[in-house]
Design a protein around this ligand. Structure first.
Ligand SMILES: NC(=O)c1ccc[n+]([C@@H]2O[C@H](COP(=O)([O-])OP(=O)(O)OC[C@H]3O[C@@H](n4cnc5c(N)ncnc54)[C@H](O)[C@@H]3O)[C@@H](O)[C@H]2O)c1
Length: 474
């Protein structure tokens, strides 16, 4: 049964939550008195539909149903998760949580996106709420800080995993949780650097994005510093740099006064830095970069990359009546080229994913490869038949042309959502002994599984395009 999330407050953050739930197959009910809320959420959704599916090599479940309500009770009724994302004012949060607690089902998780308030402040007037603090854009960044009653946090964590997020449950409540405490320290120092005329907003951004910003996404702070200590490790690093904290490198807890001059200085520099781009342009640039970085992290399983692969493994595989479906995914923006369609190399990449999936189906999976057997591709013939574009869905069916001895001869059909055949990839693979790197017969189990597919496909018509050389369109 489709599950329901209620989104109370649909601004930047509420819109991101709505997209995250919706694209993971949940029904989403929104309550926000702003007449512009629907338009704003549509814009966030457009960004999310473009970016989130591109993280995965499998299709996400079909989208849930999105509804808007003029009454908080109607939005909240029957929801398994209620997420409050109204402006950061305690009196407003109290009023809204009073209404949510009365309207919500007893077993519903009630989360607040608050950046700064502690759960005990939110529950002071009897509300049942935990902090579930996300990061913008909520549809792409996995982290959610959970703070509050342990049982509710545990249930929340389970559901967050199911929508591809990475919950971090705090041991104790503190103002601004963990991440915003860290960010505030960097923000405070940056404001001083601008105010004291040491650096412009652009120079500070360069200092982050050309250096430690790249390190933080993949290893964080402590693991990075452990390496910085060289072979002697963390103790050596602490001995070397610990005393520096006593030096006046930082302004510590002093905060610069937000005078109109400082506000004008920062706003003016920011305008000079990025005023030529609209916020929409900047959002898309940010999302494309995040997708690219997170996809790179998938390879090593570091940081957010591990969260994506774990979520992907839990997504269902597509099925079909006759031929196995070996790929069902969305084409990421980064796969398109200057012609505006998927670059030819990625047609091959899709077919490699199809082969990998088919190998899993016959038992030649990661464990089999680790134990010393695999198939290596020795030949590919691609026919490019139609243009595929970013955001489009592609499925691949795989037909076994031959599968005996060391040989595995496959025919992949790349199909678009409307059924158009976009490409065929005929591929010949040889089974290899990974120790000698030479061809060798597969295990009896793999040979048997491949043989069963070969037998089942033997009666199918020979696909058009098989065995053709370059230039013969068939
Ligand atoms: N912006 C961020 O980067 C960020 C990140 C993490 C958490 N947060 C937290 O998320 C919350 C929302 O922040 P935002 O940036 O999305 O703000 P926002 O101003 O973009 O959105 C707030 C929305 O709440 C709606 N609203 C106002 N009163 C309401 C009510 N009584 N009932 C329902 N909706 C109401 C507004 O119409 C608006 O659409 C805050 O608690 C903030 O601290 C923000």
């Amino acid at each position: 049964m489709t599950r329901k999330a209620a989104i109370i407050g649909g601004g930047v953050i509420g819109g991101g939550w709505a997209a995250r739930f919706l694209l993971n197959g949940w029904d989403v009910a929104v309550f926000d008195p702003d007449p512009e809320a629907r338009r704003k959420i549509d814009e966030v959704l457009a960004n999310a539909r473009r970016a989130l599916p591109a993280l995965y090599d499998k299709a996400l479940p079909p989208e849930g149903n999105l509804s808007y309500h003029s009454d908080l009770h109607a939005a909240v009724a029957g929801a398994l998760w209620v997420q409050e994302s109204v402006p950061e004012r305690l009196d407003l949060k109290h009023r809204v949580h009073d209404a949510i607690t009365r309207a919500a089902d007893a077993e519903a998780v009630i989360g607040s996106s608050t950046s700064g308030f502690r759960p005990s402040q939110l529950t002071a007037e009897g509300a049942r709420v935990i902090v579930a603090h996300p990061f913008n854009p909520v549809y792409l960044l996995p982290l959610v800080e959970l703070v509050g009653e342990a049982g509710h946090c545990a249930r929340a964590a389970e559901m967050l995993h199911e929508i591809g997020m990475s919950p971090l449950t705090l041991r104790k409540e503190i103002d601004a949780h963990i991440a915003d405490r860290l960010l505030e320290a960097v923000w405070r120092e940056s404001l001083w650097l601008v105010k004291d005329g040491i650096a412009t907003t652009e120079e500070i951004d360069e200092a982050i994005r050309m250096g430690f910003g790249l390190r933080w996404a993949q290893m964080g702070l402590f693991e990075t510093y452990r390496i910085a200590g060289g072979e002697a490790g963390m103790k050596h690093f602490l001995a070397q740099f610990g005393p520096a904290l006593q030096w006046p490198w930082t302004k510590l807890m002093d905060v610069p006064e937000f005078t109109p001059e400082l506000v004008d200085l920062i706003a003016g520099q920011s305008e000079a830095q990025s005023g030529h781009l609209s916020i929409r342009d900047l959002e898309r640039l940010r999302d494309d970069n995040l997708v690219g970085m997170m996809r790179a992290l998938r390879k090593s399983g570091s940081g957010a990359g591990g969260t994506i692969t774990a979520h992907e493994a839990a997504l269902p595989d597509a099925a079909s009546a006759d031929l196995p479906v070996t790929v069902d995914r969305v084409i990421p923006q980064s796969w398109t080229d200057y012609n505006g369609h998927m670059n030819e190399a990625h047609y091959v990449e899709v077919s490699c994913q199809a082969t990998d999936r088919f190998m899993e189906m016959i038992g030649a999976d990661a464990a089999y490869v680790a134990a010393g057997g695999s198939y290596f591709t020795v030949e590919n013939h691609v026919r490019y038949l139609a243009e595929m574009r970013a955001g489009g869905r592609v499925t691949v069916t795989t037909q076994v042309l031959a599968g005996a001895g060391k040989k595995m001869h496959l025919f992949h059909r790349l199909l678009m959502a409307d059924g158009t055949l976009a490409a065929t990839v005929e591929t010949l693979l040889l089974h290899v002994d990974m120790a000698t790197r030479r061809s060798a017969p597969p295990s009896t189990e793999v040979a048997g599984a491949l043989g069963r597919f070969a037998e089942a496909h033997a009666g199918l018509p020979k696909p058009k395009g098989v065995g053709l050389a370059v230039g013969h369109r068939g």
